[in-house]
Design a protein around this ligand. Structure first.
Ligand SMILES: [Zn+2]
Length: 406
């Protein structure tokens, strides 16, 4: 088989053909021409057109490389007279209308960019960073337009910090399918509203049953407005995070107060207090029991935290509520300001906290997604613009379909 025929079959050409393959300065140039009088298609609506309006200057498309040599397609695009759209550039079976690379190459690049950083992907294919960014953004645009949208029942709304907590994004997960649904630039009400109005729409908002979120976010108001039937659940992951912060605040203010000798004993005690007691070794248990004998505010904080955690195991709503009430009373009496603050926060969100016994959302789902987004941010040294970061998050977490190669 001639190499020309081989390439024509590889590219799936029907109205075009390969006329010549030649090497120019190490690059393999594949010359393409129209095949006889076969009808070309309109680049906009893809309908077959009878008339060719004009022939344009040659254009080049980069293709997947063959070993070390770069393959380029060269062709003089025709402009066709489409009965529906008027005079348009023809449709290219090997590439999207806007693209300067073939669909085969852009799909290969897009697939690798799910695993590697954009810099790494660019290096692998001998492209520059900007080309990879363009390919990923186009792939995401295509994927968002063409992805399936099954009914959603359980979602999690969360914020993700960008550039060390200076800027925030809002992410929404489908917690049943464990897939990212939406990313918004910022965490304000105005920034998140489009999720309900545009991405979901009124009909799909009606199927929402449980919505997990953090107590401190502005999202609850939007849920009441667009999905009033859904139960808000302040999820375990975030509540435990606030609880750990309270322990940490007590520890820090105590450390400032303690004498040098006691400080040495407390050194590196933080992780002992944050760890589950059944995960401690004998030596660690010994150190912990020394701390406990001192009965300092740190130890009181530690026990309050342990007592709170029993809440998650109750199966009957009434018992869970009793436990929480009892716990909040003792935390209020503890004379620990961070815990009093934590109790005030709980009191303001009781309904959404007690909902836990009925709708258990695994904290692993939210945590796992957040970690994945963090790793995307890290491997790219932090995206400088929100636009690029958002594209990368969609690309790696939303399971979007890639354009189909024709
Ligand atoms: Zn057309």
């Amino acid at each position: 088989m001639l190499v020309e025929t081989f390439i024509r079959k590889q590219l799936g050409l029907k109205a075009h053909t390969v006329t010549k393959v030649e090497e120019i300065e190490g690059d393999m140039i594949i010359h393409i021409d129209r095949l006889g009088k076969r009808l070309l298609r309109c680049g906009l609506c893809r309908q077959r057109c009878r008339k060719v309006h004009s022939v344009r200057r040659p254009r080049e498309w980069r293709n997947l490389s063959m070993r070390k040599s770069v393959l380029k397609l060269r062709y003089r695009p025709r402009r066709v007279e489409c009965p529906r759209c008027g005079v348009r550039v023809e449709d290219f079976p090997w590439a999207e209308p806007w693209a300067r690379v073939t669909s085969a190459l852009s799909n290969a690049v897009a697939s690798l960019a799910r695993e590697l950083s954009w810099q790494g992907t660019a290096r692998q294919y001998g492209l520059n960073w900007k080309s990879v960014a363009t390919i990923v953004k186009r792939a995401v645009q295509y994927g968002l337009k063409n992805r399936s949208r099954p009914p959603v029942h359980v979602i999690g709304i969360d914020e993700v910090s960008r550039r060390k907590g200076q800027v925030y994004l809002t992410v929404v997960y489908d917690l049943e399918r464990r897939v990212l649904l939406w990313v918004g630039d910022d965490r304000t009400e105005a920034a998140v509203r489009p999720f309900f109005t545009e991405e979901m729409g009124r009909r799909r908002c009606h199927t929402l049953q449980v919505i997990g979120m953090d107590m401190w976010a502005a999202y609850a108001k939007l849920v009441k407005e667009y999905a009033p039937q859904a139960q808000i659940l302040f999820d375990r992951f975030h509540i435990v995070k606030h609880l750990n912060e309270a322990v940490e605040q007590v520890r820090r203010s105590e450390m400032r107060r303690l004498a040098q000798k006691e400080k040495v004993a407390f050194k590196r005690s933080r992780w002992l207090l944050l760890k589950n007691p059944w995960n401690l070794s004998d030596d660690q248990k010994e150190r912990l029991s020394t701390l406990v004998r001192w009965n300092t505010p740190i130890v009181r904080a530690y026990y309050l935290k342990e007592a709170f955690q029993m809440f998650w195991d109750y199966k009957q709503p009434k018992r869970a509520e009793d436990h929480l009430e009892k716990w909040m009373r003792s935390a209020t009496r503890s004379r620990l300001e961070p815990f009093k603050k934590f109790v005030r926060m709980l009191r303001g969100h009781l309904d959404g906290i007690l909902a836990w016994t009925k709708h258990r959302i695994s904290s692993g789902a939210v945590e796992g997604m957040n970690n994945k987004i963090k790793s995307i941010s890290h491997r790219s040294f932090g995206f400088r613009t929100a636009e690029h970061f958002i594209a990368a998050i969609y690309h790696c977490c939303a399971h979007l379909p890639l354009p189909i190669e024709r």
